[in-house]
Design a protein around this ligand. Structure first.
Ligand code: CO
Length: 458
């Protein structure tokens, strides 16, 4: 039996443990080895990598992708895309989404994992369509969550719908790391029975269940799983690549991974991790096993945000009340999966409701936009009374929100002007206007100085 591994150290491992602050020079020397290690794919782009490159690392994210491509000619490169949101939290017009997908593939991406935070498939159809046209492997992801309305038949139906859209594989995306091993087994099995395309399992080690969750998914027939090389695994990151490899090998699975190369890769990243701890980039808290998430059914990251919020307000004693209010707010909103940004929206609203002693006295503009339909369709019934209270008689957006948006690419091109040297630059600007503009300005400045220096020297 074959089991495939997707290595996440360059993206999700990097993002979960050190807020995506790994510069390319840290992993450039090991790319050739990673390319020959036998991974099914290397997740290396999308998610927060793009933002982090421009904002903190002074790196052109497109250049990063091309460099990884050059050094990894044999392994599939994978990215994470938030459907109509591309890499952020607002909806972009279709022309921007299409250009972004096309350019991602042109610059070296093989597999695009596409998801929508509400599992509203209308929000991924354009990205899926363009990725199919660009010849990529399109992976449709469903966001796993627990609630009275989320159950195995609902996720199976989503998988069927994704298959109908033409995706090549389905990812069970447990972004909060709350899926337990037994659910993992049952859900994977049910999806495998319902669709004929490969199933990928993605989880996090946050609650300590991660490796068991992967193992049970493999027993149920999962084809691919996401793991991180051991020194960048555990805690809020993925379960360890090597441990899963050795475990499954004993059980008769063939991973195709080269053990010596895995050791070499891990040895390469060890000092990088040590340096990150020393620099304070890696907060030891993210390495903890956080079982409270299993009790409260909220992601570990959301729980620590709630604690931080309440501590700042000197009201940590209100935590039990807030934890009771969280599921009520979530119910009012029709049970959105607790992933960014809905996890923050629900958390902040629950805290406000408790601290003000009156529910929905203050409502954030994000919740207003959500109730207005700007994020898409809620998975369940929204509390109509609340909607009326917040929106009054304003009609709710029933259509796909992006249908209301004007094309954006040409306007962005005009805005950024000469600073953009190619369409990739324009897309960086569309995705993160202020920081991309600053990055492009710095680059232009540097180029001017280099030219001046060369001329003076000549
Ligand atoms: Co993840």
């Amino acid at each position: 039996m074959k089991i495939n591994f997707t290595e996440t150290v360059l993206r999700d491992g990097n993002q979960s443990l050190i807020a995506t602050r790994m510069p390319i020079k840290d992993f450039l020397p090991i790319l050739d080895t990673m390319d020959k290690a036998g991974y099914y794919s290397i997740e290396c782009w999308g998610g927060a990598t793009f933002d982090s490159c421009l904002r903190y690392l002074n790196e052109d994210p497109w250049e990063r992708l091309r460099t990884i491509r050059k050094h990894c000619p044999n392994t599939k490169l994978q990215m994470l895309l938030r459907g109509q949101n591309i890499l952020g939290y607002k909806h972009y017009p279709d022309d921007v989404v299409r250009a972004f997908v096309r350019k991602s593939v042109e610059n070296g991406i093989d597999i695009i994992r596409i998801f929508d935070a509400l599992n509203d498939l209308r929000n991924i159809e354009v990205a899926v369509d363009e990725a199919l046209k660009a010849g990529a492997h399109v992976q449709g992801a469903l966001c796993y969550t627990t609630s009275p309305i989320h159950n195995i038949p609902m996720f199976v139906q989503l998988s069927r719908d994704l298959e109908k859209m033409g995706v090549h594989s389905i990812c069970i995306k447990d972004m909060a790391g709350i899926m337990t091993p037994d659910v993992s087994y049952k859900l994977t099995k049910a999806i495998k029975e319902a669709v004929s395309i490969p199933v990928v399992i993605h989880t996090h080690s946050t609650t300590g269940c991660g490796a068991m969750t992967l193992l049970k998914a493999v027993e149920a027939g999962a084809d691919v799983m996401d793991t991180a090389i051991s020194c960048f695994s555990g805690g809020t990151s993925q379960p360890p690549t090597e441990s899963l490899h050795y475990t499954l090998k004993e059980m008769g699975y063939e991973s195709g991974l080269d053990e010596q190369k895995l050791k070499k890769i891990n040895d390469h990243f060890k000092p990088i991790k040590a340096a990150a701890i020393k620099a304070g980039l890696l907060n030891p808290i993210v390495m903890n096993t956080e079982t409270d998430a299993l009790i409260y059914q909220v992601p570990g990251g959301m729980l620590s945000n709630l604690v931080a919020q309440l501590t700042a307000q000197k009201s940590l004693d209100k935590l039990p009340e807030v934890l009771l209010e969280v599921p009520r707010v979530r119910k009012d909103l029709g049970y959105p999966p607790l992933v960014t940004p809905s996890s923050q929206m629900v958390g902040v609203q629950a805290t406000t409701n408790v601290l003000l002693g009156e529910r929905y006295k203050n409502v954030s503009k994000e919740i207003k936009a959500y109730l207005h339909g700007e994020y898409g369709r809620a998975p369940g019934e929204v509390n109509e009374e609340l909607r009326k209270k917040v929106l009054g008689d304003e009609p709710v957006v029933e259509c796909r929100y992006a249908d209301l948006l004007k094309p954006g690419l040409e306007a962005a091109k005009a805005e950024i002007g000469d600073l953009a040297k190619c369409e990739e630059d324009v897309l960086s600007y569309v995705a993160f206007p202020q920081i991309a503009e600053k990055f492009l300005q710095n680059r232009a400045e540097k180029e001017k100085n280099t030219v001046k220096y060369t001329i003076e020297k000549a």
